[in-house]
Design a protein around this ligand. Structure first.
Ligand code: ACM
Length: 544
């Protein structure tokens, strides 16, 4: 069977027998599984043209939640000639079983309408037992560098669900654009959501498009995204990145910046890539402003974890600013790292008081980690190891391994030749739990996520190209019970990918084909310009 991600166990009972789905097949949903029944009839129903209506009589797909103590997100799927019984440890498990059921129906079950109305839809007789390795199986999407419209985000939630991923880390703010409506601070989107021009290529590029770029999600858009995700058992973890990566906010509200040394009234939303000098001023006004932002964020996102960024906050302005230095003295802080940690601690307490938990990039370790904070370990494994050893929860997402903006091949045809070469096989061999961690420390590794930074991805096609097929390999790493890296059966995975490419085709995903980019996926410089589009990193990534 070409299931992806691979289940814990699959047993087939011969190819002649099986369950035929037809117009009379009903979905018998136990209370608590109605959402899965809705998903089946709206998705598999649309692809097959069968009603898959609610009912109990006759041949049925029976959705059940196990009595007792089955693992969350686990499921057992049994198919024979009489029907299907899908039993989940919880509703999420039933949903993942439904995803497996769709894969068993074949690639055309991934379309939005039937291509052959007369065809027979048959599930093979089988028993599948399945349960995920990690509870945090995520994808981070940066919608700041290039905005993705709401429809594109909803589509990505479907793609996550199809790969049994359950966390959507929504990178909503950065120097290049503020993407979430905040009612009490309207200029965040009136001003902060738009930039006058855009760099074409990575930071070393000298090419620009002169077209303004921008957009944002209204609060109703966000509610829709969160509800759509919830129906697919995906938690949306919002990120508002402070105290660095804040130029869009400072451009909208200049008083948020270090006004004693920078004329922030002259700042615009940033129109290039890289690490930005403009960081938030450590004032009470800044704290109150972002408490207001987070109040609206909490009202929109039920996620326990709220991501506050914390990465790449340069300290030069705080070093130079007499006001920041005076604030440090007043707070008794020695060193600018402590000022960063003071920011993070403030919001750690603030979020904890409201029943939420703070998560930030691994720089939040510098100057002392706030008591309840969890860490997204991105600069390698090291931050995650330190945090886990100190008893903090960790999401492993080392840039050397699972940053999907990095090129997929060493060849000259890659449309954006940046970063390390991270092939499909490299991602398949990624191990989220470093061997240095003892078992009781490793328990703090909540899971893993792949990160899609979009400086070099101007549109949905580019995001698809960079994300797929590598997300399929990543999903198997996050879900399946794989052996250690070196022993993983990549050839077997590749063989299963043949069937999975057909599913991605049916879904309309513009992945990188195994043989390399298609002609229109390559990216020659415009107008014959030959300026460098990016800076590759040679050699293998260090295992740090
Ligand atoms: C990051 O890549 N700056 C988290």
């Amino acid at each position: 069977m070409d299931l992806i991600p691979a289940p814990l166990g699959y047993q087939g009972f011969g190819s002649t027998d099986g369950f035929l789905l037809d117009r009379n097949t009903v979905v018998d949903a136990q209370p608590g599984t109605e959402g899965v029944a809705r998903w089946l009839s709206s998705t598999v129903g649309a692809a097959t043209g069968l009603p898959l209506a609610p009912g109990t009589a006759g041949a049925a797909i029976r959705l059940r939640i196990a009595a007792g103590s089955a693992r969350p997100e686990s499921y057992a799927l049994h198919v024979n000639a009489d029907g299907v019984t899908l039993t989940g440890g919880d509703a999420a498990g039933v949903f993942y079983g439904a995803q497996t059921l769709r894969q068993l129906l074949g690639p055309d079950a991934f379309r939005r309408a039937p291509v052959n109305p007369g065809r027979v839809w048959k599930l093979p007789s089988c028993a599948v037992e399945d349960s995920p390795r990690f509870g945090w199986r995520g994808l981070m999407l940066d919608v700041s560098r290039h905005f993705m419209h709401k429809d594109g985000v909803l589509r990505y939630l479907d793609l996550l669900a199809a790969h049994k991923l359950n966390v959507f880390h929504f990178h909503l703010t950065d120097d290049q654009g503020w993407r979430i409506e905040i009612k009490r601070h309207p200029k965040l989107t009136e001003t902060g959501a738009w930039r006058a021009r855009t760099k074409w290529g990575h930071r070393a590029s000298e090419l620009w498009t002169q077209t303004p770029h921008g957009g944002y999600y209204t609060q109703d858009d966000i509610r829709e995204i969160v509800a759509y995700a919830a129906e697919r058992h995906i938690t949306v973890v919002p990120e508002v990145d402070i105290p660095g990566h804040s130029q869009a906010a400072i451009a909208a509200y200049p008083e948020l910046g270090n006004t004693d040394i920078v004329d922030t009234s002259q700042l615009a939303v940033w129109d290039t890539w890289g690490i930005n000098q403009n960081v938030l001023a450590p004032t009470d006004n800044t704290l109150r402003f972002f408490e207001g932002v987070f109040e609206e964020v909490l009202a929109l996102f039920p996620s326990t974890f709220i991501h506050i960024g914390g990465d790449e906050a340069l300290k030069d302005q705080w070093k130079k600013s007499p006001a920041a230095q005076a604030r440090m003295r007043e707070l008794g802080l020695t060193g600018e790292d402590r000022l960063q940690s003071w920011f993070i601690r403030h919001f750690d307490t603030w979020l904890t008081d409201r029943g939420r938990r703070l998560i930030g990039w691994d720089e939040i370790l510098e100057g002392g980690l706030a008591p309840g904070a969890a860490v997204s370990s991105w600069r390698g494994y090291a931050g995650g190891i330190t945090a886990a050893r100190a008893g903090h929860d960790v999401v492993m997402c080392p840039e050397q391994q699972v940053y999907l903006d990095h090129r997929q091949d060493g060849g000259a045809d890659e449309p954006m030749p940046i970063g390390y070469v991270r092939t499909l096989e490299d991602v398949y061999r990624f191990e989220p739990v470093p061997p240095q961690l003892a078992p009781e420390e490793a328990r703090h590794v909540l899971g893993t996520q792949a990160n899609v930074w979009t400086e070099v991805m101007e549109n949905r096609s580019r995001v698809d190209y960079q994300t797929f097929p590598r997300l399929a390999a990543f999903a198997e790493v996050a879900w399946s019970d794989l052996p250690p890296s070196a022993e993983r059966d990549f050839a077997g995975f590749e063989a299963r990918m043949t069937g999975h490419y057909a599913r991605l085709d049916a879904l309309g995903v513009e992945y990188r084909p195994p043989g390399g980019p298609l002609p229109w996926q390559k990216r020659p410089a415009p107008n014959g310009l030959t300026a460098s589009l990016g800076r590759p990193i040679e050699g293998s990534p260090p295992n740090v």
